[in-house]
Unconditional design. Structure first.
Length: 431
C-alpha cells in the first residue's frame, strides 16, 4: 500500500486463484466450529445481533455502556458482544464465516480487510447503508476493498506516538539526536548497581509493530505496491542498529521491554516518555501522569520523520447474514458508528472521530491530546491491507527478537526477515 494520506484504506488486487486457494486451505478446520453458533431470533422473538470485537479494556467498558443503553431502549433488537484478541478474532471469524456461521458484525483494524476480502468473508455494503449516513463520514472512515465499501469505522488512528511526562520533559525532542541527548541527561542509576533506575524512554521495542517508526525514519518499509516484502536492505539494518544503540550504547531504554513492564515504568514515573498508542493514553492519565503527546522525533540523518502505521478501526458485516436479518444488523452498525458514540469515544478515549462534523468541531479543535494525535497522523503511513502483511509480521518477529537478544547481527536479521517473509508468502498464496 502506498502512503496516500487521504485514504488509509486501499484495495489490494487479488491475482488469479489466490482467493480460492487461501479459502480452500482454511476449510479443513471447519469441523472445529462447534463454538461458533449462528445468531438469530431469541426465544422471545427479539433479533439478537452478535458482535465480535477486539476493543481494549477502556473501549470495552464504553461499548458496554452504549450496548446497554441500546438494549434498554427498544424491544425488537438486542446486541450481544464477545471480546477476542486480535489474532484469535480474525482467525476464528474467518473459519466461522467460511462455514456460513459466526457473528453478524466483526470489529477490528482496517488491515483485516485484506484477509476478509481474500477469503470472501466480508459483505459489500454498497447500496445497503443509508447514503445520507455514509455522506457524513470522512474518507478515511469508509473501509474499501476491490472498489467496494465493506466497512464503516468509528475512529481512525490506532497509531503510536511519543507520550511524555510533562513533569520530567517540559519540551519534547524534535529529532532523534535530541532524544539521545535528553536520554543521557535523564537516565539515572540511583542504587549504583550499574543499571539505570530511571529512563528517558521506554517502549515495547522488540515487537515489529513498535519498530516501524524507526524503520520508516531510515527510509524503509515493509512491502512494495505488489505486496512483496522489502526488508533486506540498508534501511532495515540501520534502523535495527539504532534501536540497539539506544539500549546498549547510550543506555537510555531498559532491557526489560515486555508491554506490561513498559506501561508500569511510565505510569510510575520511572520513564520520562513512552512510545504507545491511543489504547493506553487514558490509562496513563488515570495513573496520575500529567502527559502530553508529540510526534515521534525526526531522523536528522535522513530528514525523514518517524512514521508509525495508522489505520481506521471499524465494523463489517458477515456475508452469512440473511436478507431478513439485514435491517436489524444495519441498525446496529449505524448505531455503533454514529455521532453520539464517536463523540463519547473522543471525549473519554481521545479517539479521533471519522464523522466530518465532529472532527471539525470544538470537540477536537479544543482538545490538545486529539490535536497532537492528529499531528502524529500527519507523520504516519497507512497500514497495508494486503493479506501478505500477516506473513510479513510473522517473518519479522523471530529474527528481530534474535538480534535484540544478541544472537545475530542486524544484517543477518534483515536477511532472515526477508527470506522468511518470502517463504511464508509463497507457502500461503502460491501452494
Amino acid at each position: 500500500m502506498t502512503a496516500d494520506r487521504g485514504r488509509p484504506i486501499a484495495a489490494f488486487s487479488v491475482v488469479g486463484g489466490r482467493r480460492s486457494a487461501v479459502k480452500n486451505s482454511l476449510l479443513f478446520v471447519l469441523a472445529a466450529l462447534f463454538w461458533t453458533a449462528g445468531c438469530g431470533a431469541a426465544d422471545d422473538g427479539v433479533t439478537v445481533v452478535q458482535v465480535w470485537h477486539q476493543k481494549d479494556a477502556a473501549e470495552r467498558a464504553l461499548l458496554q455502556d452504549w450496548v446497554e443503553q441500546f438494549n434498554a431502549g427498544q424491544d425488537s433488537i438486542r446486541i450481544e458482544t464477545l471480546y477476542k484478541e486480535t489474532e484469535e478474532l480474525r482467525n476464528h471469524y474467518v473459519f466461522a464465516a467460511i462455514g456460513g456461521r459466526g457473528p453478524d458484525l466483526i470489529y477490528g483494524p482496517a488491515d483485516n480487510v485484506g484477509t476478509l476480502g481474500l477469503t470472501e468473508t466480508i459483505r459489500p455494503l454498497d447500496g445497503l447503508v443509508d447514503e445520507q449516513f455514509v455522506a457524513g463520514f470522512s474518507e478515511d472512515g469508509l473501509l474499501m476493498w476491490d472498489g467496494h465499501l465493506v466497512g464503516v469505522a468509528d475512529q481512525v488512528g490506532n497509531h503510536l506516538t511519543f507520550v511524555y511526562n510533562r513533569a520530567l520533559i517540559p519540551e519534547p525532542p524534535q529529532t532523534l539526536g535530541e532524544l539521545i541527548e535528553l536520554g543521557q541527561e535523564l537516565a539515572r542509576d540511583d542504587d549504583g548497581d550499574g543499571r539505570p533506575d530511571h529512563y528517558a524512554l521506554t517502549w515495547n521495542y522488540t515487537e515489529p509493530f513498535f519498530f516501524i517508526p524507526f524503520l520508516t525514519s531510515f527510509g524503509g518499509w515493509v512491502m512494495d505496491d505488489d505486496g512483496n516484502p522489502t526488508l533486506d536492505n540498508t534501511a532495515t539494518v540501520r534502523a535495527i542498529q539504532f534501536v540497539l544503540d539506544l539500549r546498549d550504547r547510550y543506555g537510555i531504554i531498559p532491557r526489560e521491554n515486555d508491554y506490561e513492564t513498559v506501561k508500569m515504568l511510565f505510569s510510575e514515573g520511572d520513564a520520562a516518555a513512552v512510545i504507545d498508542g491511543p489504547w493506553s493514553w487514558a490509562g496513563y492519565g488515570d495513573a496520575g501522569i500529567d502527559y502530553q503527546l508529540a510526534p515521534i522525533p525526526m531522523n536528522e540523518e535522513t530528514g525523514l520523520w518517524a512514521q508509525p502505521m495508522m489505520a481506521a478501526k471499524g465494523y463489517a458485516i458477515n456475508p452469512a447474514v440473511s436478507d431478513a436479518r439485514l435491517p436489524a444488523v444495519l441498525t446496529v452498525l449505524e448505531y455503533l458508528t454514529g455521532p453520539r458514540i464517536q463523540r463519547a469515544m473522543a471525549e473519554r478515549l481521545a479517539a479521533i472521530p471519522v464523522i466530518d462534523s465532529l472532527r471539525a468541531s470544538s470537540l477536537v479543535e479544543d482538545n490538545p491530546i486529539l490535536q497532537q494525535s492528529l499531528a502524529q497522523i500527519e507523520h504516519a503511513r497507512p497500514m497495508p491491507t494486503a493479506p501478505q502483511m500477516r506473513q510479513i509480521w510473522d517473518a519479522m518477529r523471530g529474527p528481530y527478537q534474535l538480534v535484540m537478544n544478541g544472537n545475530i547481527t542486524a544484517e543477518e536479521a534483515a536477511q532472515q526477515m526477508q527470506e522468511a517473509a518470502e517463504k511464508r508468502i509463497a507457502d500461503t498464496f502460491l501452494n
